[in-house]
Design a protein. Structure first.
Length: 210
């Protein structure tokens, strides 16, 4: 039976060297790459997300865990048969027009990727029509809108309105976040969800597609 606990613990600790050794040992012991991915790495990133949400882990520690996971994914990727690494969904993420902040948005994108989503990070200062075009081009399931300024928050509503006007509102779930954004504001602009940090954003994205 595969004991995934040491792999989870090494990942949460951000110990890339130890994690690499554990993954290689598991592979040598006949454990499949998919089992290591699902029961070890993905489970570990779930713990990281929960700890981040509870403020038991902070950005530097999360980045260390992400780097450790990226390192071992280089080992596992060639061993995963086509279709083994199930994509949870396609996500478009960007900071709305007029806002140039991207650190928090990039952290959300990273957590989404490590949670199994295919993420298309559009960057910053993205106008509504660009979000609309990308939804169609990428066959997106989820759109994540970020704003770090109170003055750019109204652009979230304009973007949602543009998505609706294009006839795409029922095709995607829209999540919003950023320092000044609240659940109340998300409700007012009729977003499908609000997340206050990267860990909860990844968990919300998964739950909203169920």
């Amino acid at each position: 039976m595969f004991d995934s606990k040491p792999i989870i613990e090494a990942l949460v600790a951000g110990d890339a060297g130890k994690l690499t050794g554990l993954v290689r040992r598991a592979l040598d012991g006949g454990i499949s790459a998919k089992e290591i991915l699902d029961e070890g790495l993905m489970a570990g990133m779930h713990v990281v997300g929960a700890k981040m949400e509870n403020e038991d882990m902070f950005i530097p520690e999360v980045l260390m865990a992400a780097k450790a996971m990226s390192t071992v994914l280089l080992i596992l990727s060639p061993l995963l048969a086509d279709g083994d690494m199930t994509v949870a969904g396609q996500v478009i993420i960007g900071t709305v027009k007029g806002d140039l902040h991207d650190i928090g948005k990039n952290l959300v994108a990273m957590m989404l990727e490590l949670s199994g989503f295919q993420v298309f990070n559009l960057g910053v200062d993205i106008p509504p029509n660009k979000f609309v075009a990308e939804i169609t081009a990428r066959h997106a399931n989820i759109v994540c809108l970020s704003a770090l300024l109170t003055t750019t928050m109204p652009m979230m509503k304009k973007t949602i309105d543009a998505i609706a006007a294009a006839g795409l509102r029922d095709k995607v779930k829209i999540l919003v976040g950023g320092a000044p954004v609240t659940q109340k504001y998300a409700d007012e602009i009729r977003a499908d969800g609000y997340a206050s940090d990267a860990g909860s954003a990844a968990r919300l994205a998964k739950s909203i597609l169920l």
